[in-house]
Design a protein around this ligand. Sequence first.
Ligand code: PMP
Length: 441
Amino acid sequence: MTALQQAADTASAAAFARAQQVIPGGVNSPVRAFRSVGGTPRFIARAQGPYLYDLDGHELVDLICSWGPMLLGHAHPEVIGAVTAAAQHGTSYGAPTTAEVDLAAAIVERTPVEMVRLVNSGTEATMSVLRLARGITGRDKIVKFAGCYHGHVDALLASAGSGVATLAIPGTPGVTEATTADTIVVEYNDRAAVREAFATYGDQIACLISEAACGNMGVVPPGEEDGVGFNRFLADLCHEHGALFISDEVMTGFRVTASGQFGIDGVEPDLMTFGKVMGGGFPAAAFGGRAELMHSLAPVGGVYQAGTLSGNPVATAAGLTTLRLATPEVYAHVDRAAALLQREVAAALSAAGVPHVIQAAGNLFSVFFVGEDVDAVADYATASTQVTTRYAAFFHSMLDSGVYLPPSAYEGWFLSSAHDDAALDRVVSALPAAAAAAAGA
Ligand code: PMP
């Protein structure tokens, strides 16, 4: 019996069948549905430390960490304590609290921003920051990179048009051509393309938004040319043209270092977005920048932005406690664990003769199942050459051995300070069989 057939009579399969009756595709975020790897998604009953426990009682080493937030692992006792205490004082007031100020101050302390506004999701942060950039500059157009994901903001769900400096086309039904007509999409790490976009539309461009290091096409770090990093290049080009440079650190912020990708390349953006780790597993995100820019927001300035649950006390308690516990030791541990897994994955795949490229941005890394001729992935066009059937075989073999990888070949692998030797050993022991499965796919 294959793993897929076996899955048919599990508690997860029953839950998935029921879910599909009432939730489109049975999931509340598409990648959870296992569409790109096949099979039945595991329904999770609980999580602790580095482990997820599914409805059928399987213990799985979690290499997703909720797609980033769980830097300290699941159900960290101090985070749970803070959340419980906060909830006992009421769960939402619709009026300001000092804890929100503390969380804002904690973000300001760790990053180059001077002020932040708290919101509920990364999507909300990027949507709001685009409005702010357009409001400040009085310009309409925005530049983004193919393969960078910034949440499901209409203007950012855009695909490249037919030439470099052409306006984008809608990336999904429901996004209008008028919406994407103000979006310009270029390939990541392609300096000539970005220069051309600014040469063509420079005085109409409000901002350029980029993932600080890409994690949403697999991990593609900003490249270096003649000693100048890609983010530095982008910031300088934006400023030459009076546009704002927005660095999206929703995924990398407080994860790849205490101050995110900024802690690696030190490029100071005009505006930034944050999420994931700063919410400690609750819906919390933020956007921020220099005070002079942030003062354009209501109620000080004219750019409107608001939220019933923004700065929610329970989410704020989780975020603050997570940031407080994210000590240098936590990052050192996650860095070591990430380095170990990269070495072991590379060794197992090489031993099985599976061509691959492993790339990292700090402790965030991913494995590209690309052809032998590819030795680095600098952009989405190259990332898209992956042999995804190999990843699917690798993924299912790992899952059968109790390791939960991202159910897509285009995602980063996330670790936490709770990933101890026992959890990492389980991952390492599962690798040879998974590499063999990939080789046979
Ligand atoms: N920006 C980046 C870089 C992200 O990785 C994500 C989510 N993966 C988002 C924005 C959107 O965040 P959310 O899912 O919280 O809306």
